[in-house]
Design a protein around this ligand. Structure first.
Ligand code: F6P
Length: 543
């Protein structure tokens, strides 16, 4: 695999020259010269269609981007990941979320252990538990069936589960209530529990480490809430289950490890929604649908593993991101699902993309001399159009956008869906081609106002289309972005699987918390700003 620094790779240099030639060209020109590109520049996998023709690329660009992926070792590193090698070098760990969705009966032996067999053992226990909760066989302390499920977790132990629950609400049991508590702000848990009956409430405490302070604070408050209402410590056994890799900490919290669902250190938090962290998802949609979702993930994994780079959806999307970030100076990428059920998908992607690729040193510790992970953000369409799309259309930043749409609505109503999808195609068209001054003037706009109405266009989009949002399709979509992130991180030579940048803040918060609670003049050893803020807070708190 290459150790050549990125800027010295032959394909990088070729792209640099190529960018000087075509970087300024307009999508209007590219379409005029090659009118059939919209019929050709697309790819399809696992029921997902990608139109990438409205990107600022030619056939040559795509060839050079594939060369860069190849020269950067995307295929070799992908194969190392799928084999269970320790590709997360700074933590010395394998990265095997792909094993979480390998079918029952297949094998993947890593360091002497068949990880697929272990995965299915846990999936079977989860399915058994989910069935018991869904059927009412699992009862609370007073003998009543469970009606409310509250997942307590943060980061990957929250964002995946809540996104999947919202995305697949159509398939979920409507007589069960699902809530997700993540923030240490007490408002989160107070609001989530205020109208629930403790007798019918089950808490799933989800934490890979079982050491995350926010989750532990919420879990302790949930325990107090329950005991205050049911008056018996014994109630914990029927109202708390845990999802974690740390049995010792689960036991010392007071949850019987018989009610714990495990996973492994080779599942990163942001790659864990299809592990036991998805227990609440499974209770909501049922084991069969959960397995459908896993099958979708696996289908995209297989596509990523086997399709040629030029037709490989995650590679195409990942390399296009590299193209814009490193050659056009793009700082952010928008992801706009035109599907209300995917309203939490952008929030989920924020962690997946930015905790993975928000890095400034290569795997061997060299500070990079190029840009890495862009900001990913978004909102469902059409809402975003009436808010921030103005900046995407006419602002000074180049923001490539992924637009995600479906052929069928899960809630068809009059002509809503056609109106929704008309907006997807209209936005992609307006962003690409814009409106020239001549066209604006021809509409009768005065010369003074015309500059304000000019739409420069040349804003790139990917359009992703599928038939319907199903559990399977959700798996396909998430795996697509996971592997796109992998592709980008590999080109940049960074470790996409660690997250050391979140640690310092945790340590400092641990030091500051007792200072906020102590009476009298605290021993404040911080900078003058932090000390002053702490004093001010104490004053406000005690006012
Ligand atoms: O602080 C970041 C982080 O470590 C994420 O990577 C992780 O998803 C989240 O915290 C929660 O961690 P845990 O599942 O161990 O509670």
């Amino acid at each position: 695999m290459t150790t050549t620094p990125l800027r010295e790779r032959a394909s990088w240099k070729a792209l640099k020259e190529h960018h000087a030639e075509i970087g300024g060209r307009h999508l209007r020109e590219l379409f005029a010269e090659d009118p059939g590109r919209g019929e050709r520049m697309n790819a399809e996998a696992a029921g997902l269609y990608l139109d990438y023709s409205k990107n600022r690329v030619t056939g040559e660009t795509l060839g050079l981007l594939a060369d860069l992926a190849r020269e950067s070792g995307v295929e070799e590193r992908r194969d190392l990941m799928f084999r269970g090698e320790r590709v997360n070098t700074s933590e010395g760990r394998s990265v095997l979320h792909v094993a979480l969705r390998m079918p029952k009966g297949s094998t993947l032996v890593v360091e002497g252990v068949d990880v697929v067999a272990e995965v299915h053992e846990v999936l079977d226990r989860m399915a058994d538990f989910a069935r018991r909760v869904r059927s009412g066989e699992w009862t609370g302390h007073t003998g009543k069936p469970i009606k409310n499920i509250v997942n307590i977790g943060i980061g990957g132990s929250d964002l995946g589960p809540v996104m999947a629950y919202e995305a697949l609400r159509h398939y979920s049991r409507r007589d069960l209530t699902f809530r997700y508590v993540s923030n240490v702000d007490s408002t989160d848990i107070v609001e989530a529990t205020r109208d629930l009956s403790a007798e019918e409430t089950l808490f799933i405490v989800s934490s890979k480490t079982f050491g995350t302070s926010e989750t532990l604070a919420n879990a302790h408050s949930a325990r107090e809430w329950l005991i205050a209402r049911l008056g018996d410590e014994e109630a914990i056994a029927r109202h708390f289950v845990a999802v974690s890799t740390n049995a010792e900490r689960v036991a010392s919290f007071g949850i019987d490890t018989a009610n714990m669902f495990g996973f492994w250190d080779w599942v990163g938090g942001r790659y864990s929604m299809d592990s036991a962290i998805g227990l609440s998802t499974m209770v909501a949609i049922g084991p069969e649908n959960f397995h459908e979702m896993l099958a979708g993930f696996h289908e995209m994994d297989e596509h990523f593993r086997t399709a040629p780079l030029e037709r490989n959806l995650p590679v195409l999307m990942g390399m296009l991101a590299v193209w814009y970030v490193d050659f056009f100076g793009t700082q952010s990428i928008g992801v706009m699902p035109y599907e209300q059920y995917l309203k939490r998908f952008p929030a989920y992607l924020q962690q997946l993309t930015m905790e993975s690729n928000g890095k400034r040193v290569t795997r061997d510790g060299q500070v990079v001399d190029y840009d890495t992970g862009p900001v990913y953000w978004g909102e469902p369409g059409t809402n975003g159009q009436h808010s921030f799309y103005q900046l995407i259309h006419q602002g000074t930043h180049l923001i490539p956008v992924d637009l995600i749409g479906f052929g069928k609505s899960l809630n068809p109503l009059r002509d809503h869906h056609d109106l929704l999808m008309a907006n997807v195609f209209a936005q992609a068209q307006a962003l690409a081609f814009g409106k020239t001054e001549q066209e604006v003037l021809a509409d009768g706009t005065s010369p003074e106002v015309a500059p304000h109405r000019v739409m420069p266009g040349n804003r790139p989009t990917n359009v992703l289309l599928a038939e319907t949002l199903t559990p399977r399709l959700l798996g396909v979509l998430v795996a697509l972005y996971e592997h796109s992130v992998f592709t980008q991180g590999t080109v940049w030579g960074i470790d996409s699987f660690d997250q050391w940048g979140v640690e310092l803040g945790k340590v400092l918060a641990g030091q500051i918390a007792p200072e906020l609670q102590s009476d009298g003049e605290p021993d404040l050893a911080h900078d003058s700003s932090t000390n002053t803020l702490i004093r001010r807070y104490r004053g406000l708190k005690n006012a």
